[in-house]
Write a protein that binds this ligand. Structure first.
Ligand SMILES: [Zn+2]
Length: 339
């Protein structure tokens, strides 16, 4: 999300207040090409909300938007030819490719910003679902007023090509999938006069969410906010996380794990297949759950607690659907053969 530090329309403290009212646990700010909010000391706990500050870098052509976190020096990506994807990693940080396959064409003022640097291997994650991109890509002259009035109902599914790409990359190495709202809260003037707010933070925060699974609860103490941020960042880097569309309900209790006779694995982990692996899904409620292996749907069951027995090696993830729309998307568990 973005604040008044770049092209958002609310200051950080107001955004955090909204997050507090909505009971979010953490927020990651990614203003364009600046981490000034961090240098201004805004990272930390605000009652029950933890704020982390990264930034969204882009190149001189305003392409290759990169959500980067956990380093302490500004990178001037716009002006220089520096390979900021590797630089972030070399500085000890990590990064996530933003809206990689963006293809919106409807509003000249907002051209698409796709990713073109696929040869780089320095990134750790891909934003597989971006609220703003999906909203704008689906826009037509016929539906634009409906979409302004129903922003949450306009969000239906991540892009197929992004999911395919993400699965394929994971067959080679672990790359975390996250979901982002890319909230800015634009102000449009009706008839050039009356200000009207679209993509309000309050509404965006009730759509796509990324949930992290941490080994221990966060301390919640301001004196330890760096440790808590580290815990969140470690979970994201490890792919111990999943994505949900809050429109269909709170997905906090979702779990996806793998068990063998003598081992168990969480999302992001690998597990060795000695005879058979059981993949266990706990849905927040009874739902249609699809098991995807190496990018292909291989099994499908409906229920709250579901078990899939699998024999083949591969990268496995699940999607839980409501009304044939994704509600929850897990990260991958990697099953390897003993040899
Ligand atoms: Zn962007």
């Amino acid at each position: 999300m973005h604040s008044t530090y770049s092209d958002g329309t609310k200051p950080v403290k107001d955004i955090v207040k909204i997050a507090r009212q909505l009971d979010l646990d953490f927020l990651l700010l990614t203003d364009h090409n600046t981490m000034q909010a961090k240098f201004d000391g805004l990272e930390g706990w605000y009652d029950n909300v933890l704020l982390g500050v990264g930034c969204e870098l882009n190149d001189a052509q305003d392409r290759n938007h990169y959500l980067s976190f956990d380093y302490d020096e500004e990178i001037d990506s716009e002006m220089s030819k520096v390979d900021y994807v590797c630089k972030v990693r070399d500085m000890g940080g990590f990064g996530i490719i933003a809206h990689p396959d963006e293809n919106r064409q409807h509003i000249a003022k907002y051209p698409p910003f796709p990713w073109t640097l696929w040869e780089s291997e320095c990134y750790q994650g891909i934003e597989i679902w971006n609220q703003m991109s999906e909203w704008m890509e689906g826009l037509t002259n016929q539906n634009k007023y409906w979409r302004v009035l129903h922003p949450r109902r306009s969000i239906t599914t991540p892009k197929e090509e992004t999911l395919t790409r993400w699965d394929e990359i994971n067959m080679k190495r672990k790359v975390t999938g996250i979901g982002g709202v890319d909230a800015h809260e634009h102000i449009h003037k009706i008839l050039g006069l009356i200000p009207f707010r679209v993509f309000r933070y309050k509404v965006s925060f009730k759509t796509i969410r990324t949930h992290v699974i941490t080994p221990n609860p966060l301390t919640g103490k301001q004196s330890q906010y760096k440790k808590d941020l580290d815990t969140v960042y470690e979970a994201i880097k490890a792919a111990r996380c999943f994505i949900s569309n809050y429109y269909f309900g709170d997905a906090n209790t979702f779990r996806f794990t793998a068990v063998s006779d003598n081992d168990q694995a969480d999302m992001g982990d690998r597990i060795v297949n000695r005879s058979q692996i059981r993949l266990l899904v706990v849905n927040p409620g009874t739902a249609d759950t699809r098991l995807i292996c190496n990018g292909r749907q291989v099994q499908r069951k409906t229920g709250k607690e579901i078990e899939f027995a699998v024999k083949d090696a591969g990268v496995y993830r699940v999607e839980t659907h409501v009304d044939n729309q994704p509600w929850i998307l897990s990260n991958h568990i990697r099953i390897e053969n003993e040899s």
